[in-house]
Design a protein around this ligand. Structure first.
Ligand code: SPD
Length: 283
């Protein structure tokens, strides 16, 4: 095993993490799933050589992908997660007492197995409200009969099995799989990595065409390429920047006081985009 893990996001430029040992390495039918013990970030999961999460920084991604959607919806009861096999997004969703059912559709059981073994604090897999389905998320969304209040797209990067999660058709199916006040969030890659721009544009143009409200927001995740990460929030009715949403977050101290990243100010501030980021998705 090499002593360092490198993820190159442009030629020879990338991220380096010191490794202590390899804990898990399985080539599934879909991808290579690995877990390393690192010298700084706790355990680290990679898929096909790309960082998915580390024990130390996963809270940023999972809190931001989940709570922005869950607080925007006035009463989220039914939640669908596409991907999210490590369980971190489900863990955050389940912190909302209004939630009655979470369906997590993960194509690759190996990701869930790796998380259960090596990320014991990430997944809340024994929660009776959580149902894990090992299926293709795109096919699942196409056939949803009872709509969801919230859909969260917690996929991997736009290469391999997650490529379809960046296509307009997929978001069209999501629109139909949401209730009339439904809210969607999705991970949409790093604004610093130009090779991601075509995928980012595809998602944001699709959401703008399909949903009355769609916005990009940002968070800062040290182990993702260049540290700045974009996410999308699309909503059929409620604006995530409305005063009702802000009031709801401020009244939900029982949830937010236990979080490590997300709060009412972070929620609204995360939608402020630097000019170069706005430009990526401008038509
Ligand atoms: N390159 C990082 C892309 C991360 C996408 N999802 C991560 C899964 C964490 N639940």
């Amino acid at each position: 095993m090499p002593i360092q893990y490198n993820e190159f996001y442009n030629q020879r430029t990338g991220l380096t993490i010191g490794l202590n040992k390899l804990l898990f390495s399985v080539q599934s039918d879909y991808q290579l799933v690995e877990v390393f013990e690192t010298d700084t970030w706790g355990n680290l999961m990679t898929i096909d050589g790309m960082v998915m999460l580390s024990e130390k920084d996963e809270f940023v991604y999972h809190e931001m992908l989940s709570h922005v959607a869950l607080f925007t919806h006035p009463n989220p009861e039914r939640v669908l997660i596409i991907g999210g096999g490590d369980g971190g997004t489900a863990r955050e969703v389940l912190k909302h007492p209004s939630v009655k059912q979470v369906d997590m559709v993960e194509i690759d059981k190996t990701v869930v197995d790796a998380s259960k073994l090596h990320f014991p604090d990430v997944g809340d897999f024994s929660n009776p409200k959580l149902k894990v389905l090992y299926e293709d998320g795109i096919a699942f969304v196409k056939n949803v009969e009872t709509p969801y209040n919230v859909i969260i797209i917690d996929g991997s990067d736009p290469v391999g099995p997650a490529e379809g999660l960046f296509e307009k058709d997929f978001y069209q199916f999501c629109l139909h799989a949401l209730t009339e006040d439904g809210v969607l969030t999705a991970q949409t890659e790093s604004p610093w990595v130009e090779s991601y721009y075509p995928s980012m544009k595809k998602v944001f143009y699709a959401l703008e065409d399909l949903f009355p409200i769609s916005k990009m927001y940002l968070s800062f995740i040290p182990l993702y390429p260049a540290g700045m990460w974009s996410m999308a929030c699309a909503s059929k009715k409620i604006n995530p920047l409305s005063s009702e949403v802000s009031a709801k977050i401020k009244q939900s101290d029982r949830i937010t006081s236990h979080l490590k990243y997300y709060n009412a100010d972070v929620h609204s501030g995360s939608f402020a985009l630097p000019n170069f980021v706005q430009k990526i998705i401008q038509r």
